[in-house]
Design a protein around this ligand. Structure first.
Ligand code: PBG
Length: 322
């Protein structure tokens, strides 16, 4: 045999030499769940190792993430039911949970990028990402107007990037124009471009109490069967001014990540969502697989598919191993 591919796998040294992608702490972004209160670190049962943190504990957590070499974090608000309403009004409160959380991290002098997720579902009593019309339909343009205001609130609080996760049409362009008009050309947009109507979001919705009270999200989030549509969405977001394009979830959609990688020069992010994380942790707890090895393999695969960065609940758990 002239060709013996195993020669290049014979030792750790040769394997390292021919390795095509390698995961770095700088590839990973850590999502954090934020809540009211003082000194609270509340475990999320469906997401082992993940907590809802009160604002006063955030600076310390951000400091830990920075010391591990992570470049940034995403913030998600777990707000009390009593503060939710049909319009998601709390999303526009300049003194709300997320603006205070951003402030706490920034005031601590953290070098991390703080990314504010922009969507209404943590704030609406019906759990949808938008305002509802008379027949319960999710209204597009009215929702975009609110998301635009929420983006300005996050920017004013100090967010480095806003990340619209709602999948309304035209929101990236509207947010870009509003930020520019407000003189905030410095604030970037990480667009959830190809966000699928996925069952893998279950644990996240439990963490925030944000599951839709009726219906599903299929009229705005994408059909898992569609890949061309992901390209359409991504190229629209690019034309509307997105700085980074995202595919979500990650592992079940590696082909979509690869397709976007081939279709644009913009950076591509992938979101290893709550269900992807929880499946691995649950199997680990049952002794069925090893969480660390499985997480490393999943994250490496997502990078190999073409993602430049990965949002992962395991970011701070995995970073020390890289
Ligand atoms: C809200 C949002 C969701 C996630 C991120 N932002 C849930 C949803 O769309 O229902 C899911 C993240 C995860 O599962 O980890 N728009």
């Amino acid at each position: 045999m002239l060709r013996r591919p195993r020669r290049n796998r014979g030792s750790d040294a040769i394997r390292r030499l021919v390795r095509e992608v390698s995961l770095q702490p700088s590839d990973l972004l850590q999502p954090l769940f934020v809540r009211e209160g003082v000194g609270i670190r509340e475990p999320i049962p469906s997401m082992p190792g993940i907590f809802r943190l009160s604002v006063d504990l955030l600076a310390q957590e951000a400091n830990r993430c920075a010391s591990l070499g992570l470049p940034g974090l995403l913030l998600f608000p777990a707000i009390p039911k009593s503060m939710k309403d049909p319009l998601g009004s709390e999303a526009l409160n300049p003194l709300g949970l997320i603006p205070r959380a951003i402030g706490a991290i920034k005031e601590s002098g953290s070098p991390l990028l703080v990314i504010a997720d922009i969507a209404l579902d943590p704030y609406t009593d019906h759990g949808h990402d938008g305002l509802l019309g008379p027949k319960g339909e999710v209204l597009n343009d009215e929702t975009v107007a609110t998301l635009t205001k929420a983006s300005l609130v996050a920017a004013a609080a100090g967010a480095d990037l806003v990340a619209p996760s709602d999948m309304m049409d035209g929101r990236v362009g509207a947010i870009r124009r509003a930020l520019d008009d407000a003189g905030r050309i410095d604030v970037g947009i990480l667009a959830y471009s190809a966000k699928y109507a996925s069952s893998f979001y279950g644990p996240f919705r439990e963490a925030l109490g944000s599951a839709p009270k009726s219906g599903d999200k299929k009229s705005y989030q994408m059909d898992p069967a569609n890949r061309r549509e992901a390209l359409l969405e991504a190229l629209l977001d690019k034309d509307e001014g997105a700085d980074i394009l995202m595919v979500k979830p990650a592992l079940p959609y590696l082909d979509v990540i690869a397709a976007l990688r081939a279709a644009t020069h913009l950076p591509i992010a992938a979101y290893q969502v709550s269900g992807e994380y929880s499946m691995i942790m649950a199997a680990h707890q049952n002794g069925w697989l090893d969480a660390t090895a499985t997480l490393l393999e999943s994250l490496t695969s997502i990078k190999r598919a073409g993602a430049d960065m990965i949002i992962s609940y395991a970011a701070s758990q995995i970073a020390p191993l890289l």
